[in-house]
Design a protein around this ligand. Structure first.
Ligand code: GTP
Length: 355
């Protein structure tokens, strides 16, 4: 500090400082190095204001406007760029805050905090101007170094951002893939594995959706149950039974439209819920077609059989009515169809729902 103070005393007036003879030539060191050369440091020390710093002292905060550059004479300063950017620790002859000095009222890009007790040189615009007047060659060299440092920092930041961008892109791709898998898994959970029709969960989801949209009325409901199915299993094996169930599913799929829902409720029991603006007549037309198709397939002599007879209970979901009401009606009708020997369609009205 003594050496610096002596030089500082020499530039106490506006007159250019008489520079030591050994510093007469422009410094030749690498502009990319972070610290000032000994000769540069001596020149800055000749014009700067010395000040001391205490460990933990915040010299300026990120975003603060500033016009002062600092050179470290002794001690250490930590620069914190915030977010997840890597900070820097600077030591003797290193400088910081130069953009504030060069641009003026520049928002600081980092918080500068003293890591240890030490001494700083403060360079403000007036002092720097004196150096410009007296030693433009030194200033030009310093500026090259300062610009090189800014450019290096920018390039580092750009590389880092590119890398981060690639990482983010990868994370996004994984997320998309996981989301697709989840969507597929969710869709599979709503389907019956054997027939590909919706299962009970799928039917419930579909009904909830319709209830949310207030679109539960005017729907035809068929409950379809296989007749003598256990016997097919017993006589021809489960694989043959499975093929019969798949055959029933195919018939239901072939009559259901885009907004209808064909569903395997479990075992050998199925349901078809469909738009039936034509009321009872239309619902029964669907039911008769299904029963008739099954009969037709059953009549083709095959071993093992590809189809069995079907019992069908039919009803209409009353406008504004609940699914459970409509289901109760169709179930009553199905029970009657079974009781009457199966292989038939039975209808149940809401008005005479008691049996
Ligand atoms: N092959 C096969 N059989 C199944 C499956 N799920 C349930 N079953 C069988 O389906 C049969 C259903 O028996 P029941 O309800 O008595 O059927 P049913 O013989 O048609 O009797 P009714 O309805 O009175 O005519 C049982 O033997 C179950 O083991 C399946 O996924 N595949």
């Amino acid at each position: 500090m003594k050496r610096m103070s002596a030089l500082a005393a020499q530039v106490g007036t506006d007159a250019p400082a008489p520079w030591p003879a050994d510093l007469a030539g422009a410094p030749q060191d690498d502009p990319g190095t972070p610290e000032l050369s000994v000769s540069e440091y001596a020149l800055f020390a000749g014009i700067a204001r010395p000040r001391s710093m205490r460990a933990g002292e915040v010299l300026f905060g990120r975003g603060d406007l500033g016009t002062t550059m600092y050179i470290i004479a002794s001690g250490q300063v930590e620069l914190d760029f915030g977010e997840d950017l890597v900070g820097k620790t600077l030591g003797p002859r290193e400088f910081f805050g130069e953009l504030g000095l060069l641009i003026g009222d520049h928002a600081r890009s980092a918080t500068a905090c003293a890591r240890a007790d030490g001494e700083l040189l403060e360079v403000r615009h007036e002092e720097f101007q004196r150096l410009v007047d007296a030693r433009p060659d030194v200033v030009a060299h310093f500026l090259r170094r300062a610009i090189a440092r800014v450019v290096l920092n920018e390039q580092f930041l750009i590389r880092r951002l590119r890398r981060r961008n690639t990482e983010l892109q990868g994370a996004l791709d994984s997320l998309r893939a996981a989301n697709d898998q989840l969507t597929r898994a969710e869709a599979m959970m709503l389907r019956d594995e054997l027939t590909g029709l919706f299962n009970r969960r799928g039917l419930r989801a579909h009904l909830q959706e319709r209830e949310r949209n207030g679109a539960t009325g005017g729907l035809g409901l068929l409950l379809v149950d296989c007749d003598g199915f256990k016997q097919i299993n017993d006589e021809h094996g489960h694989v043959a039974g499975d093929r019969v169930l798949q055959g029933v599913a195919s018939i239901l799929r072939s009559v259901s439209g885009a907004n209808d829902i064909a569903c395997r409720l479990g075992g050998d029991e199925f349901a078809l819920l469909f738009r039936a603006d034509g009321g009872r007549a239309e619902v029964l037309r669907y039911a008769d077609f299904i029963a008739e198709t099954a009969r037709g397939l059953q009549d083709i002599p095959q071993s093992p059989p590809r189809m069995c007879a079907l019992s069908i209970g039919a009803s209409l979901l009353p406008p504004g009515g609940r699914w459970s009401d409509g289901y109760g009606l169709a179930d009553t009708a199905l029970y009657r169809a079974k009781r009457l020997g199966g292989n038939r369609v039975e209808w149940q009205d809401a008005t005479v729902a008691t049996e």
